[in-house]
Ligand binder design. Sequence first.
Ligand SMILES: Nc1ncnc2c1ncn2[C@@H]1O[C@H](COP(=O)(O)OP(=O)(O)OP(=O)(O)O)[C@@H](O)[C@H]1O
Length: 884
Amino acid sequence: MTPMMRQYHEAKEACGDALLFFRMGDFYELFLDDAKVAAGILGLTLTSRDKDSANPTAMAGFPHHQLDQYLQKLIKAGYRAAVCEQVEDPKQAKGLVRREVTRVVSAGTLTDDGLLDPREPNYLAAVFAVTPKSKGKKSAATPAEIQVGIAWAELSSGRFEAGVFPKSRVEDELARISPAEVLYCEDDPQTHPDLTMPWSWTSRPGWSFALDASEKALCKQLAVKGLEGLGFEEGSAPAIRAAGGVLAYLQDTQRGSLDHFRTLMCHNRSPVLQIDAATRRSLEINRTMRTGSREGALLGVVDRAVTPGGSRMLADYLAAPLVAPDAIAYRADAVSELVGNHMLRADVRKILTDTYDLTRLLARIATGRTGPRDLRQIAVTLGGLPTLKARLTDRVSDCLVEIESRLHLCPELRTSLENALNDDCPLSAAEGNFVRPGFDSELDALRELAKGGKQWIAEYQQRQMDETGISNLKVGYNRVFGYFLEVSNAQKDKIPADFIRKQTLKNCERYITPELKEYEEKVLSADEKASTREQIIFADLRQMTHDHLAVLQEVATSIARVDVLAALAEVAAQHHWTRPRMADDSVVRIEGGRHPVLDVSMKQGEFVPNDCVLSPETGMIHLITGPNMAGKSTYIRQVALITLLGQVGSFVPAESAEIGIADRIFARVGASDELSRGQSTFMVEMVETARILNTATSRSLVILDEIGRGTSTYDGLSLAWAITEHLHEQIGCRTLFATHYHELAALQETLPRVANMSVAVKEWQDEVVFLHRIVSGSADKSYGIQVARLAGIPPQVNARAKEVLAQLEADHRDNLDRPTIAPPNGNREGDKYQLTLFGYADHPLIQQISNVDLDSMTPMEALQFLQKAKQGLAPSIQSPQHTS
Ligand SMILES: Nc1ncnc2c1ncn2[C@@H]1O[C@H](COP(=O)(O)OP(=O)(O)OP(=O)(O)O)[C@@H](O)[C@H]1O
């Protein structure tokens, strides 16, 4: 093995399962199996080293400037990559150039701008489960008893948070965080990866989650004595261990410092609106269901932020709306002030447009991956602060006042950076020539000398040409001889005696003179000294910026916050949204509510606004019937989205709104395809519904869309019926239930807090005209056949469907006696449950039972009656649909 291959294998061993990108001159090379994998994924040509040997080594490579693009491809394909750099100048190296793995890149540890979407956070998460000690209990712990610590961090910003959650909520929390990569403990069976989730899973050894070591490492990183002060009190061990797991992984994979991780936020300290993963998808908060893009989702409408940091914070705000009335009002007051003050809003947004992504710039400073251009961008951003601060002075809302107080101007740093750096700086310090003339006298002198020397050489060439009469005499340069005089063979006889011959080429000869050598010395060393001097200046500026890390991070957060508030104000002003009155109860009163996304995407005035009042007087459960395509789903989603926006602190698309703050929002909307997770559509629907029934509280808001349609009509209707009863009797939460089971309308007669609503339509010449208006009362038809025609079902199929429908309706009419369904609780006298679809009422057995006189029967006669009934009639009881 050559020394270089030995070096390669050492590096490969240190980076585990990551593919190794090995820097060789201007190329990155991959070897052996790595080369084969990379060739397949990256489309590189597979070649081999030592072709003539018995065992040639497979290799593939690419030019160094293409690193970003190949890293991105590899990470998208779910791989990790280690970058092994040459860490000394090959010119200075004695023997083999030293190489080191400088970083391991995985989906959760990206920092390079080229690899990240500036508008999206990129979290690395870790999960760690702790099962409670079974105090004499024989059965295994339930998912609600198992405590799971989840920690999440963003290397490109320094954000770090952790919390403890019951195992049953882990999937929902991960859906909220939406991490790029999740670390799990290889010996922990409770948190084994769910590979159907859209993030990559990385297994880590048990020791990296050890409690003591985690606590120590975190205290050291955050420079604190204990974690209690941050809110991690008793019972926080799972969170601390998960956070320790994240930190250990970052320390393992990043060779640079992690100085920008300065605090660990305790998630459990500030509760947020709980939204499970299915609801998040159904409501299309951050992404649309179909294409997974932010355009068409709620985020796409409200993200009017002008800075990338603002966009990322807005995504976080929408993912975790608030529940504390004070915290909501704090934000909403600021939004309100910015809506009311158009000039202030416009000015703030204009100033922010000229800033750079300070959060990510600071992360690069902390991790030691910064260059002159980053420092210049920090200077420009600081340059905008005095005007921003002045605009935010004397504000009314506490939140804007607080933001203003956190905009630290850092005047000395700004002056130094501005004075030192050229307007147009290179990405990397190695490129040189970024320090402004006049900033450093020593550098200026060296540059002058270098420049002057070159000029001297030009003059010297002219002088020699004049003195010798050799018109094509040239001064040239190469690395072996340095500067030389080149004379063509034809002019050889004019060479003066003091020229010293150095090299003979085919058509010319090369000479040096003592005078030329003397100047060469000055020029070359001045150039070199100038570039060394520039590196020293850069290192000083970087250190000075690093010393301001804490205050600058506060500035970065403040910029993002004011951007988010101004963005929410902008969208509110542009689309005529109003500030909702947030109440500490379970009532919703929306007048003229609109769907935030459809309202914006449709032509102005096309969207039909609707009211929604959910209260004990007007009904807490609204059953909404109406034709297909009438707007039922849109309506119920719009109520959920308005509630969510209100709890974010935003204005809402309505003429007026009063919103009782919800603790959870549940949405069971549409069938999501979960076949990849081994569950049928109906099963998924039931799992999600079960979760609602088991976890909703009286303060929750529940949105149900066509529950039960994935099974037979009777099963579906019965389930929908029972679910509505349960929500009414046991939970009492605000519920909007869109359904095509018109039979459910009968529930209004027996359940006092159920109200029937429908979407108005007009029939005109066998056509349905959708009015999209929600009115009181239930609908009697679904107009499915008319809607199918609109969708392009062939006319003959449509006509036949009409015939079948007419027959079914006629048959059904003969059996439409409304039967009495026993109430769920048998002793509730007088409750009449009517169900029209079931044909029980005219069943002979029912008639016989009602005719029989139990008082005159002996117990034996009663038993015989039952026996006979069972033998003769049971099959038709079990299949009531055949009775007609
Ligand atoms: N309030 C409204 N104003 C204007 N157009 C609307 C309104 N509500 C819905 N629409 C339009 O009607 C379409 C269908 O709406 P939606 O999906 O809510 O109907 P639906 O009643 O739930 O239908 P289905 O029962 O077939 O699921 C929407 O895509 C939108 O274009």
